[in-house]
Design a protein around this ligand. Sequence first.
Ligand SMILES: C[S@@+](CC[C@H](N)C(=O)[O-])C[C@H]1O[C@@H](n2cnc3c(N)ncnc32)[C@H](O)[C@@H]1O
Length: 241
Amino acid sequence: MLKSRIRTQEEIEKYLKELKDRLDDIKNAPVEEMTEFFANRIGEYNSVHLKNWGEEYAHIAGFFDDGLKTLLDIGCGTGLELRSIYRRFPDVKVTGIDLSETMLDKLRESYGDKDIELINADYFEYEFEENKFDAAMSFQTLHHFKYEKKQLIYNKLYRTIKSGGYYIESDYTACCYEEEALCLEAYEYLRKQNNIPEDMLIHIDIPLTLEHQFELMKNAGFKKVEVLHQNYGLAIIRADK
Ligand SMILES: C[S@@+](CC[C@H](N)C(=O)[O-])C[C@H]1O[C@@H](n2cnc3c(N)ncnc32)[C@H](O)[C@@H]1O
């Protein structure tokens, strides 16, 4: 099973110092539209992500309940998280949604033989059927959106999960309010500097604190929200309907 690792106060201070330097560099870098970002990195995407979060990808299925039959994966990308899911639940019917056709093409190379429905769309716009899935999940996709926008997706996830179902999220989480505020400030700065239209999705990390994550999930209606695992900036959270 996975072993959680949480930063000490000393590590947080060092991390924030490095983050400030990184954000200063980002403020001078070009902004990338979401699908372009992933299309430009498709060659190395899987190896970079497996290097950073290989353990979490390998063990994510362990957090699901026995008997999983239908699963929604939002921002499924190339489907790295599905390897573990299919190992434990070979017959699960997965619905994956992603903005990037390039990422979905890569996913098809790995799971073309599976009973999987792939939707190339924006999960904020797509209408999910009510009470459809035993569970939903997301892996490393929601840290690009602001608090208010994220509320919309948690509301939608709550509605599309069946009664008694659950949502599992593995994502970049801010260590503290300072990290959340620093990233948001850089994000707003870059949008303004580059005249980014309001409806354009861009690839900049704006993680929220666990406290804000919990608030959003509870606001959506989830009864119980808990952290299952932490690996420094990554947290796996489960929310029960
Ligand atoms: C870092 S990748 C994660 C992919 C996969 N879940 C994984 O962990 O390897 C983020 C994915 O989210 C997708 N994405 C970002 N915003 C999205 C949106 N609004 N609707 C659908 N997909 C989105 C991107 O296209 C990308 O494939």
